[in-house]
Ligand binder design. Structure first.
Ligand SMILES: Nc1nc2c(c(=O)[nH]1)N[C@H]1C(S)=C(S)[C@@H](COP(=O)(O)O)O[C@H]1N2
Ligand SMILES: [Mo]
Length: 202
């Protein structure tokens, strides 16, 4: 007897509970990038916190790897409707970056800036208290270039376009300034549980 027709692609109870509205579960890890992965030489890699144009703190790769490390396991959600469960990430928590820099967040907003000129805005309130990290490892291995290695932002409770790949810095801004996709119709915050996909979604 076959139950295929009965179960179909409908999510089980656990998956249904974990899926934000309009999402479905995927087992693979799709790659979504504007262009090819930029060539990044670890010998020249630098990660910088800025306020406007002014640098606040900066680390080279060796210094960055010496910062306190955090592991997070959970689900990620892409605005193109796939969600991936039980992903494991390791890196440096946003809180620990501020501590290492000896600062408190100077403004309530920032733009995550990438080596491929991509950027995306995230409120500081969505990054603090263990909600976000700069990830260098995925599922126990160094983050693959196509997924943003050597280091990407990870803000797993927001749609995945907020998790900027090939991160080169975080720029604190006085106002909430739209990034690449936010200038092209996507939501300023992007909470998947509230289905904040497009600019005018509540
Ligand atoms: N630097 C950079 N970061 C980026 C992107 C990009 O094109 N460039 N694409 C974003 C989008 S739209 C998504 S959905 C996720 C995809 O991440 P993945 O390719 O690891 O699945 O990365 C986000 N971060
Ligand atoms: Mo995306």
């Amino acid at each position: 007897m076959s139950t295929r027709g009965f179960t179909g692609r409908r999510p089980g109870a656990d998956a249904a509970r974990r899926l934000p509205p309009g999402q479905h579960e995927t087992d693979d890890f799709p790659v979504l990038s504007l262009g090819p992965a930029p060539a990044i030489d670890l010998a020249n890699w630098r990660f910088t916190l800025r306020q406007g144009a002014r640098p606040l703190a900066s680390w080279n790769w060796e210094q960055f790897l010496a910062l306190p490390r955090t592991t997070w396991r959970g689900d990620i959600h892409c605005v193109t409707t796939w969600s991936k469960f039980d992903t494991v990430w390791e890196g440096v928590a946003f809180d620990d970056l501020l501590t290492a820099a000896g600062i408190a967040a100077p403004t309530p907003f920032l733009l995550a800036q990438s080596f491929d000129e991509y950027d995306t805005n995230v409120p500081v309130a969505d990054l603090v208290n263990g909600q976000a990290m700069v990830a260098t490892h995925f599922n126990g291995a160094p983050l693959a270039a196509e997924h943003g290695g050597p280091a990407r932002l990870l803000v797993p409770h927001l749609y995945f376009w907020k998790s900027a790949k090939w991160l080169k810095g975080l720029k604190f801004t006085e106002k909430d300034e739209a990034g690449f996709w936010e200038l092209r119709g996507y939501h300023m915050r992007g909470d998947p549980w509230r289905e904040q996909r497009y600019t005018d979604d509540d």
